[in-house]
Design a protein around this ligand. Structure first.
Ligand code: ADP
Ligand code: GLC
Length: 488
């Protein structure tokens, strides 16, 4: 029997993306299709998403309307996410704004985010339970706090529809003051310890975790880590109490978007069999970043970093090791955006090391592909990383990952210790603590390996051979969905 799943996400590539959630939500429908799961995605109608639907389609195909959705009129519009079904919540009062999905152009969170995403979740719960004629679903799959009120609404509606709640990042929980509660349209008993109440306020992610039939997160190691205070960020007790219902399913990569053999963004396409061709991408990247060219390729490696600039990603520690990295002959190309203080400090580091360190501030999808294809190694010194995708793209593109041993980074990179090197299994370098000494040591190891071309090529090859497609994880989600259906 084909299973009909409504995937509820606040972003999905290629329509709207601020991070890995979009990659995953965008890839899931295709990942589930081989397992007889028909996934429809519902997204908020941000300007970009509405524009992608096309004015005519948006006008003609409203398939449901809410006269008042948490106080504002809204419509449901149908479209396509690639080959797959898409529903868009067109609610201009909530989503027709310049700026990002969660914050204004200056990076300040929208003050009414609680209402915007409660409305989104309320609409999704309505649609899941048949509000729109002709649409029916067997299960909902909610992603992160922005979608997390959907399982809570289903619970307090008394709906038997099963739900899966995926945690992509425990650091974002959607925690608001108690004063928002009356406007959520929930019965009074929902404001309870095992409901939506959280430290005297309202917790969206918390409410979803309490209500969902099953909880997943995006790697087995992170599933274990969030049981502890350091990573659970206040919700570790709840995660532990739901014990057996918490699953770690590692993200795959969308091989239609991320394949060095077909990637249109690259100067030169290449494959495992034509690895030497990769060099053309390195030359192009040096030129694009204005870095010294290492024409005979005997100098140090070209490290790349592609990231949101936040505390999570360990960029403050990266800043501390830049002089060390350059002193050993390394070069660094960084693409990122986020924290203004980090942006300034990175620019200063680049100014100190002309030709050796270059920084691009901004969000540039094409450049991120060219960096994976042209860099020798990608640095990911995250303090925590639920899964992480940039190290997976690095593996697929022969850009050797140098990562901290946490979350999905620990699960997806095989450290180049002697045993793993001897077995040909090593794919990168891991280090334990996110501090100067540990990261500097990892960079030393990476540079030493780079100067052993036979070993380095072995790392690249083993990475490119490993299977990070959605094949296995798609099946894991499908099996989980089916296990939640009512028997018979
Ligand atoms: P997170 O979701 O925590 O940011 P992930 O590694 O899961 O971390 O996903 C990040 C995604 O965003 C990847 O697809 C990465 O290539 C992309 N990305 C991050 N920063 C940038 C940037 N400045 N420009 C282009 N792509 C970026
Ligand atoms: C989050 C996490 C990241 C993960 C992504 C997709 O943004 O920070 O580790 O890869 O979600 O699941």
């Amino acid at each position: 029997m084909t299973l009909r799943v409504l995937s509820i996400a606040s972003e999905a590539a290629p329509l709207v993306k601020t991070g890995g959630l979009a990659d995953v939500a965008g890839a899931l429908p295709a990942a589930l299709a081989p397992h007889d799961v028909a996934m429809t995605t519902i997204l908020p109608g941000y300007p970009k998403v509405m524009a992608a639907l096309g004015a005519k389609a948006a006008k003609a195909r409203a398939i449901h309307a809410w006269p008042s959705l948490l106080g504002e009129p809204a419509r449901l519009v149908a479209g396509k996410l690639g080959q797959h079904e898409l529903l868009v919540l067109d609610a201009p009062a909530f989503f027709a704004r310049d700026g990002g999905p969660y914050a204004d152009g200056g990076g300040r969170d929208w003050g009414d985010n609680w209402r915007r995403f409660a409305a989104f979740a309320r609409a999704a719960a309505d649609v899941a339970t048949g509000a729109a004629k002709g649409l029916a679903f067997d299960l909902v799959h909610a992603h992160d706090w922005q979608a997390a009120m959907a399982p809570a609404y289903l619970r307090y509606d008394g709906s038997p529809l099963p739900s899966v709640m995926t945690i992509h990042n425990m650091a974002f929980q959607g925690h608001f003051g108690a004063e928002v509660f009356p406007a959520l349209g929930l019965p009074r008993e929902a404001f309870a310890f095992d409901g939506v109440e959280y430290h005297g306020g309202v917790g969206f992610l918390k409410a979803g975790l309490e209500a969902a039939s099953a909880i997943t997160t995006v790697s087995p190691t992170y599933a274990r880590e969030i049981r502890t205070a350091e990573f659970g960020m206040g919700l570790e007790g709840l995660v532990r109490s739901r014990g057996a219902r918490v699953h770690g399913i590692v993200n795959g990569i969308d091989t239609a978007e991320w394949n060095p053999e077909t990637d249109p963004a690259l100067a030169q396409r290449f494959s495992l069999r034509s690895l030497p061709k990769r060099l053309a991408n390195k030359r192009a990247l040096e030129a694009e970043f204005g870095l010294d060219s290492d024409a005979d390729d005997r100098g140090g490696p070209l490290f790349v970093v592609i990231t949101r600039l936040t505390w999570q990603k360990g960029m403050d520690v990266l800043l501390e090791v830049i002089d060390h990295l350059v002193g050993l002959g390394g070069r660094l190309a960084l693409l990122g955006s986020g924290d203004a203080a980090l942006e300034g400090a990175l620019h200063a580091a680049a100014a100190r090391h002309p030709g050796r360190v270059a920084v691009r501030i901004g969000y540039d999808e094409g450049l991120s592909h060219r960096m994976q294809a042209g860099g020798d190694a990608i640095l990911v010194p995250s303090r925590f990383e639920p899964c992480g995708l940039t190290q997976l793209y690095g593996l697929a593109y022969g850009c050797v990952p140098v990562v901290s041993r946490t979350g999905g980074l620990a699960d997806t990179v095989v450290d180049a210790n002697l045993a793993a090197l001897a077995a040909g299994a090593a794919t990168g370098v891991q280090f334990n603590a996110v501090n100067y000494a540990s990261l500097a040591d990892a960079i030393d190891r990476a540079i030493a390996l780079y100067h052993r071309p036979d070993l380095w090529r072995g790392l690249q090859r083993a990475g490119m051979k490993s299977d990070f497609s959605w094949r296995r994880s798609g099946k894991a989600y499908a099996d989980l969905y089916r296990s939640l259906l009512p028997q018979g």
